[in-house]
Design a binder for this molecule. Structure first.
Ligand code: 5AD
Ligand code: SF4
Length: 438
């Protein structure tokens, strides 16, 4: 039996693509290993959203040169978002010639064919489909956990935020037919899955490409009716597209988790406009107010970019103020990264790295105490926790998540993994909660 390794970079969408790749490879009689020396095939599933993610991949590929020399039969593949950019293809085919197969995000299902072609010709295989309107339904996933599962509901993005490469790498927005989604989730539930995480670049516009009149809230309602599924999460929402119906759904659907991840990116109206986000800070705050009226204790998280071209101290202050006003539980914070081919990359008022780093630190200094204060409110509470796994460092400690998506550590037996249980919160930190079985 041949052995493989997949190294995944980037978002949940990529993680789930890797689960699909793994399913395909196991169907080709490959088995997962964590030892590079005994590996027959290594795949890098790449991310193009920031430069740092790309640099990591180039670093890793450089290291593989020796391995390939020692084992010329090793097949090295690179796939994912980077492969949807001409620049990365050019760099890999010229500087990393030991890479054997390059394929994009739209043709994962062709992997067996690509490996075959490489094995029979010994020549580099490049298979990139720029735009795939069709959705391939025949690929299943070799999922990491049995009790929680990623489920794609749509692909691509039509928003063209001016900093973002995704609309160029993942193509135009297209929704999966609801029948396929429901069928997949029913099957997951049959196999013991309790939590589904619905994936799409902008889930709020789910349904727009369907022939029938069916939207994201319709989908949530149908999933809420599936026996066995106890929790529904989704990623990611665009603030401009959050509807009142979706906000009300939080009050109506018992399985919808108490968590909303709503990327704001900046608190400055001027910057939001140049980012092409198509909402103002006032619109955003209004949506937050509405959602809190329906779910007062909802966990709110966000994405923030620091140092977008032309960001002034005043713009940045608006971001800090918004962070305080919303009181986020946590946030993914990013230094703005130039992505060739996006409108922001050509703006001539790029921010100095030192200024970016300094603002980044100031942002963390504001975010972290707020997160901690929010967690303190949970002290002494009994919370429902889905037990996920055993702690890496201490096998007597279990990890789980609350419906708000907060990570909880507590002592317990591993037989609890996959169950939803009550845990009393006895201690809190900025990013995690500590509990005991109640
Ligand atoms: N630079 C920095 N952060 C970015 N993101 C997207 N593009 C860039 C970029 N060029 C961030 C956004 C998005 C998250 C997934 O990545 O905050 O919400
Ligand atoms: Fe990128 Fe904006 Fe689309 Fe999100 S909504 S994937 S930030 S273009």
């Amino acid at each position: 039996m041949k052995k493989y390794i997949i190294q995944t970079y980037g978002c949940q969408m990529n993680e789930h693509d890797s689960e699909k790749i793994s399913w395909i490879l196991e169907g080709m009689n490959y088995k997962l290993t964590n030892n590079r020396e005994e590996c027959d095939l290594i795949i890098y599933n790449t991310c193009a959203v920031r430069k740092t993610a790309e640099e990591k991949v180039y670093g890793q590929l450089g290291e593989l040169k020796d391995l390939k020399r020692k084992n010329p039969n090793l097949i090295i593949c690179v796939c994912g978002c980077m492969m949807q950019t001409k620049e990365a293809i050019k760099i890999i085919t010229s500087k990393y010639r030991h890479v054997d197969i390059l394929f994009g995000t739209n043709n994962i299902h062709k992997l067996p064919q690509l490996v075959n072609t490489y094995e029979s010709t010994g020549k580099t295989v490049i298979d990139i489909v720029e735009e795939n309107k069709e959705i391939v339904e025949s690929v299943e996933a070799n999922r990491k956990y049995s009790y929680k599962a990623y489920v794609n509901i749509m692909y691509g993005c039509n928003n063209f935020c001016s900093y973002c490469i995704v609309p160029y790498t993942r193509g135009r927005e297209r929704s999966r037919e609801p029948e396929y989604i429901i069928k997949e989730i029913k099957q997951l539930a049959k196999n013991g899955c309790k939590e589904v995480i619905l994936l799409g670049q902008n889930v709020n516009s789910y349904g727009k490409t369907l022939k029938e009149d069916y939207n994201f809230v319709n989908l949530l309602k149908d999933i809420n009716n599936i026996d066995g599924i106890e929790r529904i999460r989704f990623m990611t929402s665009h603030p401009k597209d959050i509807s009142d119906d979706l906000i009300n759904a939080y009050g109506e659907l018992d399985k919808l988790c108490n968590h909303l991840h709503l990327p704001v990116q900046s608190g400055s109206n001027r910057i939001l406009k140049i980012m092409n986000r198509r909402y103002t800070r006032e619109d955003y705050l209004e949506k937050i107010k509405k959602i809190r009226e329906v779910v007062p204790d909802i966990t709110l998280t966000t994405d923030i970019i620091v140092g977008f071209p032309g960001e002034t101290e005043e713009d940045f202050d608006h971001t800090l103020e918004l962070v305080k006003e919303v009181g986020y539980d946590s946030a993914f914070t990013f230094l703005y990264s130039i992505r060739e081919g996006t409108p922001a990359a050509d703006m001539d008022n790029q921010i100095d790295d030192k200024v970016k780093h300094e603002r980044f630190q100031r942002l963390l200094n504001v975010l972290q105490p707020i997160g901690l204060e929010n967690n303190k409110k949970l002290l002494g509470e009994n919370l429902k926790v889905l037990v996920e796994d055993v702690s890496k460092n201490d096998k007597t400690i279990l990890n789980g998540r609350t419906t708000g998506g907060k990570l909880v550590h507590f002592k317990g037996d591993k037989s609890l993994i996959g169950k939803i249980i009550d845990v009393k919160i006895i201690n809190v930190k900025t990013f995690t909660l500590e509990g005991e079985l109640s």
